[in-house]
Design a protein around this ligand. Sequence first.
Ligand code: FUL
Length: 470
Amino acid sequence: MEWVRRAAEVRPSERQLALQEMEFYTFIHFTVNTYTDSEWGTGTEDPSIFNPARFDANQWVASCLDAGAKGLVLTCKHHDGFCLWPSRYTEHSVKNSPWKDGMGDIVREVAEACRKGGVKFGIYLSPWDRHEPTYGDSPAYNAYFIHQLRELLTGYGDIFAVWFDGACGEGPNGKRQEYDWPAYYAVIRELQPNAVISVCGPDIRWCGNEAGICRPSEWSVVPASLASNEKIQAKSQQEDSREFAKRYDSQDRDLGSREIIKHERELIWYPAEVNTSIRPGWFYHASEDHQVKSLKELLHIYYGSVGGNATFLLNIPPDRRGLIHENDRQRLKELGDVIRRTFEHNLAQGASAVASETRSGSSPDYMLDGNRDTCWAPEDGTEAASIEIDLHREMTFDHIVLQEYRYGQRIERFELEYEDAGEWSPLYKGTVIGYKKICQFDAITSRRVRLRIKESRWCPSIAAFEAYIS
Ligand code: FUL
């Protein structure tokens, strides 16, 4: 079928691949709200309240490293409009705060600490700005916003992600601001071509909730209309939304099964990011010190996102001192320790495999060679296949990690079986594999595992098969 083949050929961009391979990164919500104990500022806060006397960007980066996170996205400006860097375009910033006598730059210190610690740095810049007087005067505010983007994209080294949300309001003139998304995107592509533009952007899609709930089937190939500029504007301009054909929403349950994509003329690679906070709020509140998510909850979200073909953006809000609170730090360390321990020794290293069919030039052993650039694949047009993996001796394991070749998302349904006293017994059933699928099950002991690909698009591929014991 032609449309199946078309879906199989949709590929990620290099910047999307780079983000998927980061897997897990953190969000930092920090601004005047930290000092007013609120979630959304009004824009009337006095900059003098912002004074993180013990601010230590290295401690933030150390917390990321403890957790195993590979990047950090900082709220350089949230909806209140207060800038964590001394922007030339407003007085509403750190330059009018007592912190470092107005000479400080949080963005610079965080960007530098990230570079030093080997953690990638990303920015959140809220288009909604409740302080800026030009907000609502659309062309004037768009120019202001672009000036700020330019400051951040040129003054702080490499940026891996620019994170936009679509919140929108009226300005002091009583008019609703119209964001010029295409102009914002053009500046980002010009100045930081490797950065993904996330959520209200074309590269990474919001998973649809802020609670860490992951879909059982998270597709990377989805209808193009999901990411169109019109759609984003419709989202932010509620009253206009009826003008647009709103067929899909990032909150829909199914965004990429055959049932959905077969009706679509245009498909795009638009993978999901799961964003949630380690605490109930996005900003720090002392009253939530004992509501830090449990290790079990965090692991559940990690497995659902990183283990379910999505990336994981975990918010870790610093407190009024300018430090990640001890309770959060401890939890992050626990999380990182479990992940590191679980995925340290791949029990399938040195195993061998036999497949029902293999295209010339490929080999089933390519799934086992630890190289994501090589993969097993059958001939084009073979949509179902099976591969038997021989671990060479009995092993006990409770995780199998599968990865498709990085340039496609084709597998739609698979099963794992293991050899148990000479018989094949069911072990796991799944749908999407994509970038990564982590299959968890009760520990079994066996020498042989069979992967049965029941349905795929045009031709499946597997780049990695790994087994672990937790
Ligand atoms: C939302 C914002 O309104 C929240 O304050 C937070 O920044 C979250 C990540 O995005 O849309």
